[in-house]
Structures are given as C-alpha cells and as structure tokens.
Design a protein around this ligand. Structure first.
Ligand code: KIV
Length: 275
C-alpha cells in the first residue's frame, strides 16, 4: 500500500447520516479548477444545471442537455477527490417515465463516475425516485422553488410565505424522503416552513434561500463570488470578483496597447531571486 493512503470520497449514505449533526457545506462547480478549490472546503459539489445560465448565458435552465451535464460532470470529477459530486438531471431527461429517468441517470453515473444525481420535484417524482434508488442510484431531490418549472410557475418566486402554501411543499419533502432520497434541496422557502420541514423529515435539508434552519446550505459559486450579473435577493456575496477581473483585464489591455507588456526575458528577470 502506498505511504499516502488515498483520501476516500464522501458517499450519499455518509451525507444522509449527517441529519441533525454538523451543517453540510455544498457549492456548485462546473470546472476542474474551481472543483479543486471547493474540494478543500465542501462536503458536496453540485454540477448544477445553473451552468446553462452561468456558462452559456441562457435565461433559464430549460435548454440544458444531458451531454452538457456529462461534460462538466467529468471536469468536476477530475478536479475533486473528497467531496461527493452530485450531477443535476436536466429538464426533459427524466420526467417522461421512471425508465427514461433510469436510462439518463445511469448514463450520467457511468460516464462521469459521480456519486449521486439530483432531480427536481416532490410528490410527482416520488415513484421515479424509489425506482432509481432501488436500482442503485443515490438521488437528491429539489423542492420549493424548482427552476425547471419556471414557465409553469410564471417566474422565480419565493414559496411558503403564507401558511396556506405550506401543505403541498411539506408533502413534497415527506414524499421524497419516503421514496428514499438521501437529501433534499429546499429552495426559496420562508424560514418557518424550512425549519418545520427540517424538523419533520428524516433526511438532510440543503437550503438555498431557505434560512439557516436547514441541515446544510448550497449556493451557485459564481453568485456568491460576485461574478454573476444578476443574483437572487437571498444571495450573500462573499467576494466581488467581477470588478477585480475587470480591473486586471483593463491593466493587461493597457500594457498591450502601450507595448509595455513584459516579454519572456523580463518576466524571467522579475522572477529571479535577488543575489
Ligand atoms: O442548478 C443549480 O445550481 C441548483 C442549485 C441552485 C441548487 O439546482
């Protein structure tokens, strides 16, 4: 055996066992380099279909394909070693039948080597979730505001502000837990409802805009880094990378235009240790 024991990846059952214990840290990544950084700090990395907006400039996640998810899933698997990598099933790849869901999810798992998939929907997806879990596919579900339903919902809107809206969202969370999901993303849900669901269901709730009452949190990396032009109101920006990239590119452009851009020998001289 090598002197450096291989670090083991976290698994879906290990995340499931964290219910009510240490908060679970999750962020999205779509590239190997960002995955490498996240891997040092996160329990789970989500290859979210938000890549449609972040990487490709689409208005919604609807146009994202299975091939796009697999390509970026590969990159994230190559960049990470420890975090559980979860890959989103894009719109149209799993809703038609449980068989369609199995074939799509099996392709994602075989071709990327990821540890779990995520799909949107509560009660309406419960039968599919049970079908996948029985066949060896760990499933994370996503309830509350579900971005793939943006056209049916008529826009992105917080859920469960009125008590009258609680019942279907709570029923969704219970249904996916009963169906065997190992965790559930709860998006844009008012704090009292998020706290209630977290107390009531036996699997970890991963909040996004759903308050600290959840068992863990997820954010889109580019949103919390200040790189996305538009972010949901609930996002805390932990950095402002957009303006720093702009300033760096501006300096580069002015050095190129002024012909003061350092050639290889200047860079070498700059790097040489003083004698
Ligand atoms: O696609 C995504 O990034 C997501 C998160 C917003 C949870 O589903």
């Amino acid at each position: 055996m090598s002197a450096h024991a291989e670090e083991k990846r976290l698994t879906a059952p290990a995340i499931r066992a964290r219910k009510g214990a240490d908060p679970i840290v999750m962020l999205t990544a779509y590239h190997a380099h960002t995955a490498r950084i996240l891997d040092r700090h996160c329990d789970m990395i989500l290859v979210g279909d938000s890549l449609g907006m972040v990487m490709h400039g689409f208005e919604t996640t609807i146009p994202v394909t299975l091939d796009m998810m697999i390509l970026q899933g590969h990159a994230v698997m190559r960049g990470s070693r420890r975090a559980l990598v979860v890959i989103d099933m894009p719109f149209g790849s799993y809703e038609a039948s449980k068989e369609q869901a199995f074939l799509s999810a099996a392709r994602v798992m075989k071709e990327t080597g990821c540890g779990a998939i995520k799909l949107e929907g509560g009660e309406r997806m419960a039968e599919t979730i049970a079908f996948l879990v029985e066949r060896g596919i760990p499933v994370m579900s996503h309830v509350g505001m579900t971005p793939q339903s943006v056209n049916a919902l008529g826009g992105f809107r917080a859920q469960g502000r009125d008590r009258g809206e609680w019942a279907p969202i709570e029923a969704d969370a219970r249904a996916v837990a009963d169906a065997g999901a190992f965790a559930v993303v709860v998006e844009a849900v008012a704090e009292p409802l998020a706290a209630h669901i977290t107390a009531e269901i036996p699997i970890p709730t991963i909040g996004i805009g759903a308050s600290p009452a959840c068992d863990g949190q997820v954010l889109v990396l580019e949103d919390m880094l200040g790189l996305s032009p538009r972010v949901p109101k609930f996002v805390k920006r932990f950095s402002e990378l957009g303006p720093s990239i702009d300033a760096a590119v501006e300096s580069y452009a002015s050095e190129v235009r002024a012909r003061t851009f350092p050639g290889p020998e200047n860079v070498y001289a700059m790097k040489k240790k003083p004698t």
